[in-house]
Ligand binder design. Structure first.
Ligand code: NAD
Ligand code: MG
Length: 392
């Protein structure tokens, strides 16, 4: 039986890589549904190639345009619109796997819906987990969902942990620490003062990975590593102090697990997201991903550095937010999304991103993050707070 797969955020960087892998294995997987925010033409092309049952565009006007184009092309793909439609394609009884690749908090409700209906959830959308960690992990547990990390570092950690980790608490005693690798982003080695003048174009130019704009800016501020630290704490049930961030500029080792006997296990490979995506889709088996084999002689050298917390305060802000608990990480994530959008519109300086997040965390009231209502309220409050700061 073929597995039915819904790809949320199909037109993004992760979405396109997912469809590339799926197209290589049409015998094993069927594309059940695709979604996009506003990119009509790209979603149209994807529908023609992959013939999903449903295509969802959040925007109603875009959905109408897509529907017209598909009808003219004689396609039977059914087009839906709105946020509820995203939830529907993530939780449909026919769906086996959901690739959660919408960027930011917009992905929370459909990703949570996939968890609540016991799907295999391929989690790229780290923001969903960061903003609702406790609730999300509880939903996965209560509804028997399979949560497989697609973020390359977390996928590497997952691959480096013993099978059954998570079910057997004794495994945790055997782990000394998790080494979370970071490329350092485009401004590695820069001084703080020089960063105040960098442009969005410079910030989105990542040295090793080709990614969406928001995560590229997050990689430049190191907030991406901050979000990933929180993501790792929830996924692997560890505290921030058990995780060490290691700057590894080549992005060949994707993270490591250090054990009490001195062994350090890691996963390596070329920086191409199709590897973790293929791993998630086929787990526990392995399938071809289209990724170029790693040539160690070409790589020749692997380097490691400690992160520069002075120049990149975002990493510490994230660790503190996780330690604070409750809605602090929700607020951190929302403040970051709005600040990054403000930077991309050239309304604030690069260095103001972390300043604004810090200010927002200092101003907010932290509450227990045990209901969706509380989480969505904290998210909305932080968005308004930062937007007002940007406009003033
Ligand atoms: P992207 O910007 O390239 O794509 C985002 C996708 O989400 C697009 O399909 C877009 O149409 C859709 N989208 C955007 N806003 C939406 C909204 N409000 N409602 C519904 N859909 C919306 O982003 P990306 O780089 O593919 O990243 C996606 C997620 O995966 C992010 O959470 C990111 O942190 C994570 N991730 C990405 C990479 C990578 O290599 N790109 C690696 C690890 C994790
Ligand atoms: Mg990552």
């Amino acid at each position: 039986m073929r597995q039915n797969v819904t790809v949320l955020g199909a037109t993004g960087s992760i979405g396109k890589s997912t469809l590339d892998v799926l197209a290589r294995h049409a015998d094993a997987f069927k594309v059940f549904a695709l979604s996009a925010n506003t990119q009509v033409d790209m979603l149209f092309e994807q529908c023609i190639q992959h013939q999903p049952t449903y295509a969802v565009m959040v925007d109603a006007t875009c959905a109408a345009q897509l529907s017209d184009k598909l009808k003219q092309a004689g396609s039977a793909v059914e087009v839906l619109s709105g946020e509820q439609a995203l939830i529907d394609i993530a939780s449909d009884t026919e769906v086996d796997q959901v690739m959660a690749a919408i960027v930011g908090a917009a992905g929370l409700l459909p990703t949570l819906a996939a968890a609540k209906t016991g799907k295999r959830v391929l989690l790229a959308n780290k923001e969903a987990l960061v903003m609702s960690g406790q609730l999300f992990m509880q939903a996965v547990h209560d509804h028997g969902a399979e949560l497989l990390p697609i973020d390359s570092e977390h996928n590497a950690i997952f691959q480096s942990l013993p099978l059954g980790y998570g079910q057997d608490p004794s495994y945790q005693q055997q782990i000394e620490k998790i080494l979370l690798t970071a490329s350092g982003g485009p401004f590695r080695g820069w001084q703080f003062d020089a960063l105040s003048k960098v442009t969005p174009k410079q910030a989105v130019k990542h040295p090793n990975w080709s990614m969406g704009q928001k995560i590229s800016v997050d990689s430049a501020t190191l907030m991406n590593k901050g979000l990933e630290l929180i993501e790792a704490c929830w996924l692997f049930d560890v505290a921030p102090k058990q995780i060490e961030v290691v700057v590894h500029p080549e992005s060949i080792i994707h993270s490591l697990v250090q054990y009490v006997d001195g062994s350090v296990i890691c996963q390596m490979g070329n920086p191409d997201m199709r590897t973790p995506i293929a791993y998630g889709l086929a787990w526990p088996e392995r399938i071809h991903s289209g990724v170029k084999p790693l040539n160690l002689f070409e790589v020749a050298q692997l380097n490691f550095e400690t992160p520069d917390h002075q120049t990149f305060p975002a990493l510490k802000l994230a660790a503190q937010a996780f330690e604070t608990g409750g809605t602090a990480a929700t607020v951190l994530n929302a403040a970051n999304e709005i600040a990054v959008a403000g930077f991309l519109r050239e309304q604030i300086a690069f260095t103001s991103i972390s300043d604004l997040i810090d200010e927002t965390l200092n101003a907010c009231t932290i509450e227990a993050a045990d209901s969706l209502e509380v989480i969505l309220q904290a998210d909305a409050w932080a968005r308004r707070f930062v937007e007002e700061r940007i406009q003033s």
